[in-house]
Design a protein around this ligand. Sequence first.
Ligand code: NAP
Ligand code: SF4
Length: 683
Amino acid sequence: MPAYPHLFTPIKAGPFTLPNRIVMGSMHTGLEGERDAVPRIAAFYAARARGGTALIVTGGYGPNRAGRMTPHPAFIGSRDDAMALKPIADAVHAEGARIVLQLLHSGRYGYHDEIVAPSPLKSPINKGVPRELTGAEILQTIEDYGAAAAYAREAGFDGVEIMASEGYLISQFLALRANKRSDEWGGAFENRLRFPVEVVKRVRALLGRDALLMYRASVLELVEGGLNLEETRRLAGAVEAAGADILNTGIGWHEAQIPTITQAVPRAGYAWAAGLVKPAVKIPVVASNRINAPEAAEAIVASGQADMVSLARALLADEAFTAKAAKGDRAGINICIACNQACLDHYFTFKPATCLVNPRALREEEFASAPAPASAKKRVAVIGGGLAGMAAAATAAERGHAVTLYEAAGELGGQFNLAKRIPGKQEFAESVAYFAERMKRAKVEVKLAARADVDALKAARVDHAIIASGIAPRALAIPGADDAKIVSYVDLLRGRKAPGRRVAIIGGGGIGFDVALFLLERGSKTHAEPASFAAHWGIDLANAGEGGLKKNGHAAPAAHQAPLPAITMLKRSPGPFGRTLGKTTGWVHRMALQRAGVRFLDGVTYRSIDAQGLHIARADGTAECIAADTIVVCAGQEPLRALDETALAAAGIGCTYVGGAKFAAELDAKRAIEDGVRIGVSL
Ligand code: NAP
Ligand code: SF4
């Protein structure tokens, strides 16, 4: 009996029978507009096809110039534009999978000067005001969708996905929020429905019946003036009647003030929304958002909430997710931890996407899937069992080196063991388990609660030492810094010290925010249970009203814990808090802290600590004492170098520093893991 039987039951979709229920959902790679990058994109998708994924959807391409996302020419305006992408389709077909090209008209979400929309209404997340489309331009846009689909077909794609969710152009036509027209394209719902239906009809007509037409509908809008369930079901039925073969689903407009894919969202936390729409159609329905593990995917299909599942980031994190799930090799899957740090945060800062837990993603030509065996086998010691050390040890051992890893603590995982204690970051435990499993399979010798010195390494005839001993939290250097109220974030998060009711957090970086979330949300179930999440964020599980929002809005923050601690967060630099957090995730953390009444003080000077509390000078020079029972220092990090390279060199042992031990400032796990992989492949 296969481990995930429903996931691996074939399904008929349009002209094709797909061997499993896993679709690789569309994700912007940030390279769509670059013709030179076509081989790189082709290698990326081919790896996912080789990894068993049945159907792949490309990143979004505009159906015309106005519909592109960025100033880059990522649109299909001619046969030539599509033919340039043919190597992508060919590479996927060579691996036996299907691929459809996503047609995404950005509407008012485009980051360029030529944006258009049904009405000239600025989106809250974009600076530009769109130009209102004329009636003739609407008809031309429909033609452009059809032509782009036909070109994609000529270029070898198996069909197209029409992107009609997340608040892009088609969503803008459908919702009163963005459509104020009074002609036949606006007003009553049947008028607003006209644009998507005409697009689907035209695409169907020009694509032919032997190609696949997916429509990605917005099934839970999460914005005021968005559609409700009844309208969404009518839309789904109309799109099916117009010729769609698969109904994919999307959650929330990009301007929604409710998380849709971040770590705040429970696993498979929105599958229920696809389930509400499924009865309206006979074509396969695909559930999406935060589906990162095969058991979550299996449960969705088994329960009948959806017929298929869309995995995007999960397949960035592990190209062979599908093949491993088919074999029941759950422990071998590198699970996406929903951090967005290397994928969406890269895209929205105009860098190509990759993956924090898998630096090979979108760099398949640079990093081999199975790095070549080492030409000369070495004895390698890895000092430190955090993610950098584990990635280095696993990679080096897989290439044939004899690797011993020394970890001073009693467990593997380093900083990830702290991170996994933060509400919403429980997925970090998956990465620790995954790299530990790889080390086990590669026969790395792991010594826990063990410190190695140069003599021991010399005695063990070690050729090369990888120093991955991480960081030490930066201490505060002001009078009273040894006061009993001072608590390190490590002791707090590990539960070695209990916080008081009034807490001052020194430092407003990632760890300062994490500590605040820990204090406010520990014990909460909103990150784990879809119903608790919905209650917390004010989502109506029946999707009865506008955009699926509850009339009374958000629930009180962290209602599980009363009273909430009174938190003051401080930093020396002037300016808003949270600017260093992730582009696509920081707003969720800022919002949580603001709602919980955290007091933010920037531009401060720390003076001293005494029985009364933390004495500071405010930005305007006035003195203040922050009365606090607990003062948590989150003032950044210093490198912790367990062994010195000079002493190692004197003993004839090569040395490489990785992760925080190499460079602690702005350390993040993305660089730590990449450092580890790089030394592992280069030794
Ligand atoms: P960080 O982001 O660099 O923040 C350090 C904070 O300490 C800053 O707010 C800084 O503010 C303050 N600081 C620096 N030197 C100080 C000193 N001598 N005395 C008092 N305050 C001082 O570092 P982190 O918070 O330790 O995070 C470490 C890394 O993990 C970062 O790369 C971070 O991005 C990443 N991380 C990210 C997240 C997330 O995005 N959610 C969560 C956790 C960790 P002032 O200099 O203005 O005082
Ligand atoms: Fe997932 Fe983070 Fe990788 Fe993005 S960078 S795919 S969110 S693990």
